[in-house]
Each structure stands twice: as structure tokens, then as C-alpha cells.
Design a protein around this ligand. Structure first.
Ligand SMILES: [Zn+2]
Length: 211
């Protein structure tokens, strides 16, 4: 799922746990993506593309068992829960952060092609409902989902505009007929990583400021 809608998920968690700082929640919903960015830059995890990139279906998250696997997410969520609950005595923060971390993988499992494994070093089958193999459906789903999060939260008009504009700005990544920056991403995995990193930062800052 794209960064804006992971950030929007943070709004639902904020609604359930209003005493937990939105910054903490926004980091938690993107924690495994931040790991993915770092591990891609380090060359530990790997992203490949088709010869021509016209939509997300031409980008392949080839190897990412440390950031995006069922086991690594469970370990990270459990670790964060233990740290906040028993280390800092912040029970609600512990639950909210664990929820945020798990929400990321659940949403990626819905949207991604089959690229999520059970655990690192385990040659298992890969999971993913494959919405990104039908990019137009994914675009509609992601946009409606982002707006749904805003609606549950009861956000401002400005927040609504941010969620809609960022989803529309991603349209070229979903609809092949719309040309966009994805054309330049073929065989440039570091550019993909950088675009994801920038989207994480910008969407988190905007959603945080206007929430
Ligand atoms: Zn992800």
C-alpha cells in the first residue's frame, strides 16, 4: 500500500487511542517500510523492475523477508509492545504501536502481489492478494480506503484534501495510460526506494500536522 494510506491508517489508531501521540503512531504504521528503505539502500533487500515500468505491476519487491514477513512483523510488534508496556509502563502506547506495525503488513498483504514470505531464511510460499496485479482496482481501493480512515477519524477538510490529492498524485503508478515518473524507474531500484522514502516522510508530516 502507498505511504499516504498507511499514514491514514494511523488516524484510526489515533481515534481508538487518543492519548497516544500521533507522531508515535505515524512512525509505527511505517516502521517496517522504514526498515525496507534502509535494507534496500544497504543492498540486503532487493527490488527489481520489468524492462519498462508503466505501473506498480511492473515493480517487483523481489526479496524483503527481514522487513516484510509474517515472522519479522510479529517479532517487531511483540518487541515494541514489551518495550512500551513493561519498559516505559505505557500500556496504551504499547498496544497502539503493535497495532500500527501489524496494520502495515495486513494492508500490504491485501495490496501486494505474492511477495511476502512467512519468515527470513525459510523457503516458503509467498503471500499477497495481488491487487497490484490489477492496478486500476488497487487505485480505487486505496483511495476509498484512505477516505474511509479520514471518515472514521472525523478529520478536517484539509486532511481530506491531503489524502485525496496524494492518492490522485499516485494515479500514474496505477493507470498505465497516465504517464508519470514511474517511466524513469526501470532498472533503477534506488530511485524507487528514494521515492518511497520521500513519500513516507512527506505524508507522515502532513497527516501529523493536519490531524
Ligand atoms: Zn510495506
Amino acid at each position: 500500500m502507498f505511504a499516504i494510506n498507511h499514514a491514514a491508517t494511523g488516524l484510526i489508531i489515533k481515534k481508538i487511542y487518543p492519548d497516544v501521540p500521533i507522531t508515535t503512531i505515524l512512525v509505527s504504521v511505517q516502521l517496517i517500510e522504514i526498515l525496507w528503505v534502509i535494507l534496500n539502500y544497504l543492498g540486503v533487500e532487493r527490488t527489481t523492475t520489468e524492462k519498462k515500468v508503466q505501473s506498480v505491476s511492473d515493480v517487483h519487491l523481489e526479496y524483503m523477508p527481514f522487513s516484510h514477513s509474517l515472522a519479522s512483523t510479529a517479532v517487531l510488534a511483540a518487541g515494541a509492545w514489551i518495550l512500551f508496556t513493561f519498559g516505559f509502563k505505557e500500556v496504551n502506547v504499547g498496544i497502539a504501536v503493535a497495532l500500527g506495525i501489524c496494520s502495515h503488513l495486513v494492508l500490504d498483504l491485501i495490496s501486494h502481489a505474492r511477495d511476502i514470505v512467512i519468515a527470513p531464511f525459510l523457503d516458503s510460499r509467498k503471500f499477497g492478494l495481488g491487487l497490484y496485479e490489477k492496478p486500476v482496482v488497487a487505485f480505487v481501493f486505496e483511495t476509498i480506503y484512505g477516505i474511509f480512515c479520514w471518515w472514521v477519524y472525523g478529520g478536517s477538510t484539509a486532511l481530506f484534501c491531503i489524502i485525496v490529492v496524494f492518492n490522485l498524485a499516485n494515479a500514474s503508478f496505477f493507470i498505465k495510460a497516465i504517464p508519470g515518473p514511474e517511466r524513469f524507474l526501470a532498472h533503477r531500484p534506488f530511485w524507487i526506494t528514494t521515492i518511497v522514502a520521500l513519500q513516507i516522510i512527506v505524508t507522515a508530516v502532513l497527516v501529523g500536522l493536519f490531524s
